[in-house]
Write a protein that binds this ligand. Structure first.
Ligand SMILES: Cc1cc2nc3c(=O)[nH]c(=O)nc-3n(C[C@H](O)[C@H](O)[C@H](O)COP(=O)(O)OP(=O)(O)OC[C@H]3O[C@@H](n4cnc5c(N)ncnc54)[C@H](O)[C@@H]3O)c2cc1C
Length: 395
């Protein structure tokens, strides 16, 4: 693996940096937290801007509408994207990072032809309907039932924690099609149209006062058999493809953003008065920041390797679990330190480095979810033990 950036990569860096320098301010600031219809409009318009400028799906193969860029340029793009503080992928996350890649790997030609261009252009938003009240870590215990009637499945059940489902058009839906088979053998992966009768979405309120995710109730919802991805009862295998994208490479942008978040903390600390000058003069804080900086840069190297490996094999490796695990911990450590440095300023009303202090508190609350979402830290540790280190399965 050679991850040094060559002349072509540096030329691409200059090109994307110049483009972002104009496009990001032109897109304007995001809408206020909690206004989800506005957030959807903001995010999908940005996705369209990326598409029209030729920067959508840089990691997707060319024959599926992506750019198929070499891995070094994908990494350069992520670095420049974070540096420019470009909009968070947000409502486009599921579509771009794991639903689209799952269809590329496992979908039919018709499914790809219909969905992939819409995802790339920001014309459709996806959610994930995997978890249920009785099936989280033990996802294969899911009980949402699909019964085949002619060329349709009739679906009944409940999903939970479906992120941004209240603004989604399509859903990655896991259903049980054979209740008598062993639990991993009776599952099917379906594409659910969120705008049809029998689909009721109820937003849930989170600790920060927002509604990031939803419950989804399914009552005789009908899904055409042509919306099945993979074979009937082969959904667990397809699910693992989705999860490898979700845990393997999907967090790359979040990871490089830690670099920006840490630098912003240093600038903020430099604006907070202390007895000796500013908060940044404290050598203990400088050591803590240095420690985190080393962690972020080491994690970025692991991410680069993960993306390079995925590029070589077409599929993220199970070691992506280690990247996801370390990212979630580092994100929490950084957010905790930021809240400690700001102290009461994190309650809001004071701007530091152009940002209201309350944003730091909001980031702290948001960081708490990273050790749960996309598989808890305990589950990632089990996966690392079994699939990376080859240790025997735990009881
Ligand atoms: C912000 C956020 C967004 C999410 N978005 C989505 C989404 O869009 N779609 C979706 O389908 N789901 C989503 N989820 C759900 C997420 O995938 C689950 O919360 C997660 O898989 C854990 O399941 P659970 O909440 O049922 O916890 P449980 O599985 O009940 O786990 C409870 C505790 O037991 C531990 N535990 C369980 N089994 C084991 C084991 N075998 N070994 C060791 N420890 C174990 C867990 O680590 C955890 O600490 C989201 C979650 C969050 C927090």
């Amino acid at each position: 693996m050679d991850l040094t950036y060559g002349d072509e990569d540096q030329a691409f860096r200059a090109e994307i940096r110049a483009w972002l320098a104009e496009a990001v301010p032109a897109h304007g600031p995001p809408p206020p937290p909690g206004d989800w219809p506005a957030r959807r409009a903001y995010d999908t318009a940005w996705q369209r801007t990326l598409h029209d400028a030729g920067y959508a799906g840089l990691h997707w193969p060319k024959k599926f509408g992506g750019k198929g860029l070499p891995v070094t340029q994908q990494l350069v793009y992520l670095e420049e994207y974070a540096r420019a503080d470009a909009p968070y992928i947000s409502v486009n996350f599921v579509g771009m990072m794991h639903a689209g890649p799952t269809l590329i790997a496992e979908g039919t030609d018709e499914q790809r032809a219909f969905h992939l261009p819409r995802i790339l252009k920001g014309e459709s938003v996806w959610a994930q309907g995997f978890s249920e009240p009785g099936a989280g870590s033990d996802l294969a215990s899911l009980s949402t039932r699909a019964v085949r009637e002619g060329d349709e499945y009739v679906v009944n059940g409940q999903k939970i924690w479906s992120t941004r489902a209240h603004v989604a058009d399509w859903c990655e839906l896991l259903v049980r099609t054979d209740p008598d088979a062993p639990k991993h053998k009776g599952i099917t992966w379906l594409i659910l149209d969120m705008h049809q009768p029998g689909v009721e979405v109820r937003p849930m309120r989170t600790i920060d006062g927002e509604s990031h995710f939803c419950e989804v109730f399914l009552t005789d919802a009908r899904v055409p058999v042509s919306n099945r991805v993979g074979d009937e009862n082969d959904g667990w295998r397809v699910t693992n493809v989705t999860l490898r994208f979700e845990r393997g490479t999907a967090f790359a942008q979040h990871i490089i953003n830690l670099r920006s978040q840490l630098r912003r903390l240093v600038r903020m600390a430099g604006q907070i008065p202390s007895a000796t000058g500013t908060a940044w003069d404290d050598p203990v804080l400088q050591a803590q920041v240095g420690h985190l900086e080393a962690g972020v840069e080491a994690l970025w190297r692991m991410t680069q390797k993960g993306i390079a490996d995925a590029e070589a094999t077409g599929m993220p490796a199970p070691s992506g679990s280690a990247v996801k695990l370390r990212f979630s911990e580092l994100s929490q450590e950084l957010s905790e330190l930021a809240v400690a440095v700001l102290g009461p300023l994190a309650l809001g009303g004071v701007r530091l480095d152009g940002t209201d202090g309350v944003e730091v508190a909001r980031e702290y609350l948001w960081s708490l979810q990273y050790t749960i979402a996309a598989g808890t830290s305990q589950i990632q540790r089990n996966l690392i033990a079994e699939r990376v280190l080859g240790l025997p399965r735990g009881r």
